[in-house]
Design a protein around this ligand. Sequence first.
Ligand code: SAH
Ligand code: SF4
Ligand code: F3S
Length: 454
Amino acid sequence: MSSNSRRYHITTFGCQMNKADSERMGGILEQMGFQFSEDPNDAEVILYNTCTIRDNAEQKVYSYLGRQAKRKREQPNLTLIVAGCVAQQEGETLLRRVPELDLVLGPQHANRLEDLLEQVFAGNQVVATEPIHIMEDITKPRRESRVTAWVNVIYGCNERCTYCVVPSVRGVEQSRTPEAIRAEMESLGRQGYKEVTLLGQNIDAYGRDLPGSTPEGRHLHTFTDLLYFVHDVPGIERIRFATSHPRYFTERLIRACQELPKVCEHFHIPFQSGDNQVLKAMSRGYTHEKYRRIIDTIRRYMPDAAISADAIVGFPGETEEQFQNTLQLVADIGFDRLNTAAYSPRPNTPAALWDNQLSEEVKRDRLARLNHLVEVNAASRSQRYLDRIEEVLVEDQNPKNPSQVMGRTRGNNLTFFTGDINHLKGQIVPVKITQVRAFSLTGEPIQVPQPALT
Ligand code: SAH
Ligand code: SF4
Ligand code: F3S
C-alpha cells in the first residue's frame, strides 16, 4: 500500500501542552503523507498522546491501548505509538506491559516523530525518552481550529511542587527564543488566525534559561518583555497566556496586560490550597495572603478581569480546618472558573510517599463540597455580564443548536448567539448578553459584520 492512502489517528489526553504537541505531531504525519482518521479503527498508525497528572488519567490510557493492542494481534501492519507524559514516566516498562507497542516517545521528542517513525518502519521497536534539547519544529502543525491557536513559549518546569509529576515527565525549562515565537505568530496571523494562547507550565519562568542578563543579574527576556515583543503581530487580535505561578507573578505583567489592548483581561493563576501550612507542604513558595494581594492588584488595575485557578483537595495531612481555608479563599475571591481535583499520589513525587494520606472518602466529600461552592460562585460572577455588551470571537457552530454560533468573550466566557457560522467564523462580534449561566452566556449580536468581500 502506498503511504498516500495510509491513515493515522491521534487521541489526546491531558492539558493544552499535549494538545499543542498533538497538533505538531499531526502536522508531521500529514507531511509524511498520512491522512487523519477520526476513528482509530480505520487507521494504520495510532497515536495516544497521554497524561499522567492523576491516576485516573493514566489508567484511561491503558484501556484505550488494550483495545488497539488486541487489534494489532490480528493486523500486524498497525503501528502503535504512545507519546506524552505516560510514555515519559513509564519508558521501557510500557513495552513490557504492552509488547505490541512500536514507539514510546516522551514529550521532548514530539518534534522528532518523523525520524523515530522511520526507525520503526525499518523494523525497530523504539523508546525515546532521554532528555534532549527541544528543536524548533519547522513543520506546519495540523491545528484543530482555524481561529484560535496554541503557541508554546516555554517547555518543562523547574518547580518541585511535592504532588506534581510534571517536572519529571516534561523535563527542565526550555524557552523558545522571542524571534521564533514571533515568527510563529506572524505566520498564524497571515493564515487568518485571530487569537493566540501562549503556553508554559510556569509561564512566568519564561526566558530564565535564555542567554542575556543585566549586570544585576536580571534576565532580559521576561515573559512581560515577550508580551511587548509580540503584541503587535498583524492579524492576531487577541493574546492569552497560561499558566501563571503566584510565586513569580509580577505587577509589571499586570501593567502590561492593562496597557496592551490585544492581551485579554483573563488570568489563570492556580492557588492549589488556601492554607499556608498545606501550601508549605506542597512547596508552592507563597502564602494565601500573597495570593490575595496578587488578585487585589489585578483588580486594582482591571476591576473586571476574569480570574480562574486550579485547586487540590485532600492533600496528605490536610485537616478539615485547613480545607475550610480553601473554601474561604474561594468564597472571598469569587473565581470565574476553578478546576478542582482530589489529590492523587503520583510516581516519583515526594508527597506520594508520606504516611498521612487521606481516605478516598474524605477526598471525595471535600471535592463535592468545593465544587458546589465553585458553581454557586461562578453563577453569581456571571451575573455581572447580564445586559452588557461583550466582544465575542466566533469559533464554531453551537453543536447543540445549528442556528447558533459560539465563541468566547475576552474574559474567556463561552457565549452563544444566533448567527450563520459561514460568515461569522473568525469575526469579533459585539453581543448583548441576555442570559447568564454559571459556565456560559447567551446573547444577541448588536451589529452583525458584513461577509468578507472575498
Ligand atoms: N503548572 C501548573 C499546573 C500544572 S498541572 C501550576 O503550577 O499550577 C494542572 C493541575 O493539576 C495543577 O494545577 C493541580 O491543581 C493539578 N494536579 C497536579 N498534580 C496533581 C495531583 N497529584 N493530584 C491532584 N491534582 C493534581
Ligand atoms: Fe507541577 Fe508545580 Fe511545575 Fe505546576 S509549577 S507544573 S504544579 S511542579
Ligand atoms: Fe498531563 Fe502531562 Fe499535561 S501529565 S496535565 S499532559 S504536562
